[in-house]
Design a protein around this ligand. Sequence first.
Ligand code: SF4
Ligand code: SF4
Length: 313
Amino acid sequence: MPSLRAAQARSRLQPVDLDLKHHRPYQWIRRGVLTLSVATTVGLPLWHLQVLSRQSAGLAGFGSAAGAFDATTAPPFLGMPGAISIFGLEFVDPLALLGVLLARGPSWALLWAGLPALVLVLVLGRFFCGWLCPYLPILAASNVARWVLARAGLRPPDAAVPRVTSRLILVGVLAGSAVLGVQLLPLIYPPSILGREAFRLVFFGSLSLGTLVVGGAFLFDTFVSRAGFCRSLCPGGAMFSLLSAASVVRVVREPEQCTDCTVCDVVCNLGQRPMTDQLDSGCERCGKCVAACPTDALKLALVFPTARPGPRR
Ligand code: SF4
Ligand code: SF4
């Protein structure tokens, strides 16, 4: 009765209780990429401000008109992780790309900018959520808060919100952008919100309603449903899940080595069930289940559609 045992264990164990002991290089690389992503979100506005300050002080390439921004001395990195320009080359995440195309009409330049990320998602699946999203540290804080509450005897609920909700939100946001001609993603998509809030805070010293949305997501994750925003509400998660249906990078279980200990099911933030091979395109390839498995029964591998096993009951 693996599903019953898993349900019992999930009600006791928390992800914070588990060590990620195995396959550490993968986890170190993932954490390094995530740290870079968060540093980019926070650091780019500060860098831009510093460049502008130097220009306006006449210390570097200041243009003819006092106070004007000199594009020739602009920082080589502009934007935020979901939409960034590096030495003039632009990269846009597929959801932001679609939102802008629907709001403003077709653009070859934008399509080219979105192509690298689109190819990566098609191959690597929903990796953006597990490797790059700047909301992840907030989600980790929510998991710690849930652990503290559970230790204090106040076990927070883990409501199962239908995952179709995030797809409905995705359709609503994209349809709204198309009808209104305005990009609506920055109202609900955490990577966009956090990037904009960082710029607003650095340049204007204030925050907008976006902070309330992110704060609401944290409260929802903490007091209503573990990682519920990423699992069931985020339009980005819905979009990446849809795009990653054909990804060949999968978590694979070696049945002979599996002891049905439930650790992998517990550690997964996104409600996947590696122990019973019940994984779908919602897997973010974070590799935490692989790292937590005490018997090394799990691995991330290339699996082509013809070789995919069905779920174990
Ligand atoms: S795959 Fe590993 S972590 Fe998951 S139930 Fe089996 S032994 Fe435990
Ligand atoms: S199944 Fe494993 S790799 Fe996929 S999201 Fe869950 S913990 Fe991460």
